[in-house]
Design a binder for this molecule. Sequence first.
Ligand SMILES: NC(=O)c1ccc[n+]([C@@H]2O[C@H](COP(=O)([O-])OP(=O)(O)OC[C@H]3O[C@@H](n4cnc5c(N)ncnc54)[C@H](OP(=O)(O)O)[C@@H]3O)[C@@H](O)[C@H]2O)c1
Length: 340
Amino acid sequence: MTTTTLRWGVLGATSYIATHLMPAIAQTPGCVLSAVASRPGRAAQAADAGGKFGATALPDYAALLADRDIDAVYIALPNTDHVDWTVRALEAGKHVLVEKPMALDEEGCARIEAAARAASRTVMEAFMYRFHPQQARATELLASGEIGELRVVRASFAFAIEAGSGNIRLEPKLGGGATWDVGCYAIDVPQLFFGQAPQQVSAHFHTRPGEAVETSATGTMDFGQGRSAVFDYSIDYGPRSWYELQGTHGTLTVSNAWAMSGEDGVLTVLTAQGTRTETVPAANHYQLQVAAFAEAVRTGGPTPVTLTDSRRAARVGAALTASAAAAGALAPTSDATVPR
Ligand SMILES: NC(=O)c1ccc[n+]([C@@H]2O[C@H](COP(=O)([O-])OP(=O)(O)OC[C@H]3O[C@@H](n4cnc5c(N)ncnc54)[C@H](OP(=O)(O)O)[C@@H]3O)[C@@H](O)[C@H]2O)c1
């Protein structure tokens, strides 16, 4: 092991981490998966998940943070645990890659930023889709001017979670709800391409009967100067993973924006000259994300997903929730017969 090897520890042994992030860390040159920790009483889960990568199983999260042989920590705990464990990891001198949403409000992001500064450590929110080569190609096509100046971003992300599945996304006490899950991506894309926070947002939420969190949402963002975003997201409907950039001369569609599982990316450009489609070969964006984070740690340079991005995402997520709560209901009329 060289001094530049980044030794990783993982908090929580979820199946998502075991199938996506652990292999991504293990496959990245200069990175090694050293330890995995589960909550007390679940050591077998940590041993099972980490064992195939040669990682040590630790009996609780604090033990992993106390391990001096760990340089970086990956956190994919329930959303309500992201801020506290990220701050604790930074205070223990670790670099941190934390799952989206980094925080459920701006204050959480500010706590993380202060802890990272005090510890001189790197922290980044894991927006994995940004590391897929199709994302770079979409950015390049927009910059080429082919679709003109960007005016509208449309985004839609959905997949269905069964009622009664015990999924953390349906649990309000764990930061559940569509907004903090698939919504994070629909919130990030318009801000990424416009390069700024919106001036106004609005949203309508729908809660599937029997659930205690919003399961679907539609909304808009206003970026000023005629630039806007329209989006929807759901943890109740059939799969959708799509965004579209409409400019003054044409439209660029990314038809598999987030749910890439070894599939090629497909980008379609529509202009007055016609339609053409480009294919971007499949790539492991989880692994590319780990590599980019490790590079930022090594160089001490900026992370590709910045703390400003994370603060904006948290602020807009909270504002959408407030907007949905404040949305005015129209008085019932005789033609309002559509069942809710
Ligand atoms: N970027 C992506 O593609 C992607 C995909 C999926 C999820 N995520 C993010 O990853 C995070 C976790 O999502 P997930 O789907 O992996 O969740 P999950 O399967 O339910 O796993 C959450 C893990 O957190 C630990 N945990 C700690 N306290 C818990 C509690 N009170 N209840 C349940 N689990 C608890 C458990 O690990 P131990 O028992 O081992 O301690 C559990 O395995 C979320 O923030 C989500 O947004 C991102």
